[in-house]
Design a protein around this ligand. Structure first.
Ligand code: Z5A
Length: 211
């Protein structure tokens, strides 16, 4: 696989501010003259968006954890083949709201699925594809849930307990500590203006190294 664009992902627990930060990163890439694809997981393709509805909606409340895991990777396979790889191969950058770190955090940390099973699917589906930069918006779950609670009706994940989101957060932080060259941990508990400053610095530094 030959790629010349960079692959950037945004991660964090519920209400961390990914949607807000996505707009800022998009603006920074535009200003730097980088053509880019803005996308999200689960979703990003017609089939992926249909799977997203099944995963987040309430029609299948009792979905088995393995089913949830496999649907996440089914959506991802479609996303990689139809959108992500073609964009990178054309030299475009890809800015994605969540990717496989979310699977480790939610299905691994949150649901308790064994890491080795996630690794097996990751290696099969991604064939070595990994983000070049991951911005992890970190904050206590209490703060994220309070922010998110101001919005519309909760989806299937948003109904989970504080303990669940605490495990998700811990898993994210462990992954960030294990791969410091890829991750930038942003203190998302700070006021928006300070969060944006941290993100600007991280993305500007990355743009300088990528060229
Ligand atoms: N999921 C999974 O389980 N496994 C996987 O492999 C993948 C996903 C890929 C959908 O994700 C669900 O899929 C997700 C995990 C699961 N479920 N959960 N939870 P999603 O990314 O589409 O949904 P989300 O996490 O619920 O994102 P969100 O709710 O859109 O949150 P956000 O984008 O991070 O937050 P926001 O909308 O930008 O901000 C929330 C509010 O806080 C909003 O009113 C902002 O104005 C406000 N805000 C933002 N920043 C600040 C600061 N700094 N101060 C004060 N207020 C702020």
């Amino acid at each position: 696989m030959t790629v010349s664009g960079a692959f950037i992902t945004l991660e964090g627990i519920e209400g961390a501010g990914k949607t807000t930060v996505m707009a800022l990163v998009s603006r920074l890439l535009e200003e730097a003259g980088k053509p880019f694809l803005r996308t999200r997981e689960p979703g990003g393709t017609p089939l992926g968006e249909a799977l997203r509805e099944l995963l987040l909606g309430h029609r299948h409340e009792g979905m088995a954890d393995d089913t949830e895991l496999l649907l996440m990777f089914a959506a991802r396979a479609e996303h990689i083949h139809r959108k992500i790889l073609p964009a990178l191969e054309e030299g475009h950058w890809v800015l994605c709201d969540r990717f496989t770190d979310a699977t480790y955090a939610y299905q691994g940390g949150g649901r308790g699925i064994d890491t080795s099973r996630i690794q097996a699917l990751e290696s099969w589906v991604q064939q070595g594809l990994q983000p070049h930069l991951t911005l992890l918006l970190d904050l206590p779950p209490e703060t994220g849930l309070a922010r998110a609670g101001r919005r519309s009706a909760p989806d299937r994940f948003e109904k989970e307990t504080l303990d669940f989101f605490q495990r998700v957060r811990e898993n994210y932080l462990e992954r960030a500590a294990a791969e410091p060259s890829r991750f930038r941990v942003i203190d998302a508990s700070r006021p928006l203006v300070e969060v944006e400053e941290q993100v600007s610095q991280a993305v500007t530094a990355f743009l300088e190294t990528w060229g």
